[in-house]
Ligand binder design. Structure first.
Ligand SMILES: Nc1ncnc2c1ncn2[C@@H]1O[C@H](COP(=O)(O)OP(=O)(O)O)[C@@H](O)[C@H]1O
Ligand SMILES: [Mg+2]
Length: 268
């Protein structure tokens, strides 16, 4: 009698669990659809903004070429200012497009040797590394299932930031290390001895166009980490920042090593 009751309870619990599971998947699907919609919006909006920006720039070129000598100092100043603003706008549009493309134009996943990716990134950044007199220490990195065309900019943005936000008084030392963690995932860390940042803003700087270090001193528009975050998410992973103001920053990326059970997301 008690056994039968127990079995019924288990059956009922299982039914409830299945229902919850179904509801969760439907929510997840909904969220995924909304994200895809947002991406499409960003893609179309930024694409459509490019053309008018290009036309205004062409007009400015003509204005300078045809009427440049009739402009006085103030007029020339206005033109220069407009040109600068327009260039910045074009950079922002381009960044927004790149952000939207992470999901809409992501490539297939394949076994990717992160040592090779890191070597390529260091080669790409070699002139900046030399100029900063930086030392890059690359630890042994794993091979993971991923999109090599995205894992490259992921590491490049992180090492690029570590180079950019360096202390003037100290040659940068940037360590890229990894370790395997539970759940068949790996953790990649990029640690620097730069200017650091207030960890209260660790979440905020992952959002598009959010920066903690002002324009003027450090160039950039605040899209690098947002793109890294999106790439990590597309790979089923996460990214977190840890920093101490004035002492350095560590960025930790956790990525699954295998996607046998979870194929690469296709069209967003
Ligand atoms: N290694 C780092 N050291 C200190 N601050 C950092 C580091 N990486 C990122 N940040 C902070 O996070 C902000 C956002 O980074 P990111 O999205 O790459 O934008 P950007 O490089 O264009 O400023 C930066 O403006 C900076 O304030
Ligand atoms: Mg950056």
């Amino acid at each position: 009698m008690e056994l039968a009751q127990g079995n019924d309870d288990v059956r009922e619990l299982r039914r409830q669990l299945e229902e919850t599971n179904k509801a969760m998947w439907s929510l997840y699907k909904d969220l995924d659809d909304r994200n895809a919609e947002l991406d499409r919006f960003a893609l179309i909006a930024s694409h459509d903004l490019k053309e008018p920006a290009r036309r205004v720039m062409a007009r400015l070129d003509r204005l300078e070429a045809e009427c440049g000598d009739r402009l006085d100092a103030a007029g020339k100043d206005h033109v220069a200012d407009m040109r600068q603003t327009l260039e910045r706008m074009t950079t922002l549009i381009e960044a927004l497009l790149n952000f939207a493309r992470v999901t809409s134009q992501g490539g297939p996943f394949a076994p990717t040797d992160l040592n090779a990716v890191a070597d390529e990134v260091v080669a790409d950044l070699s002139s900046r590394i030399r100029e900063a007199e930086a030392r890059i220490e690359l630890g042994e990195l794993p091979t993971i299932d991923g999109d090599p065309l995205q894992l490259h900019p992921l590491l490049q943005n992180l090492i690029g930031n570590a180079l950019k936000f360096r202390k003037e008084s100290l040659p940068p030392v940037i360590r890229v290390t990894s370790r395997l963690i539970a759940d068949d995932s790996c953790e990649i860390r990029v640690a620097d001895n730069g200017i650091g940042f207030d960890p209260r803003y660790a979440q905020q700087v992952l959002q598009p166009f959010r920066r903690r270090h002002g324009r003027g001193r450090y160039d950039g528009i605040g899209m690098g980490l947002a793109i890294c975050d999106k790439i990590a998410t597309r790979h089923g992973g996460t990214i977190t920042l840890d920093g101490v103001l004035g002492e350095g920053t560590t960025v930790t990326v956790v990525l699954p090593r295998n996607h046998a059970v979870r194929p690469a997301p296709t069209e967003a």
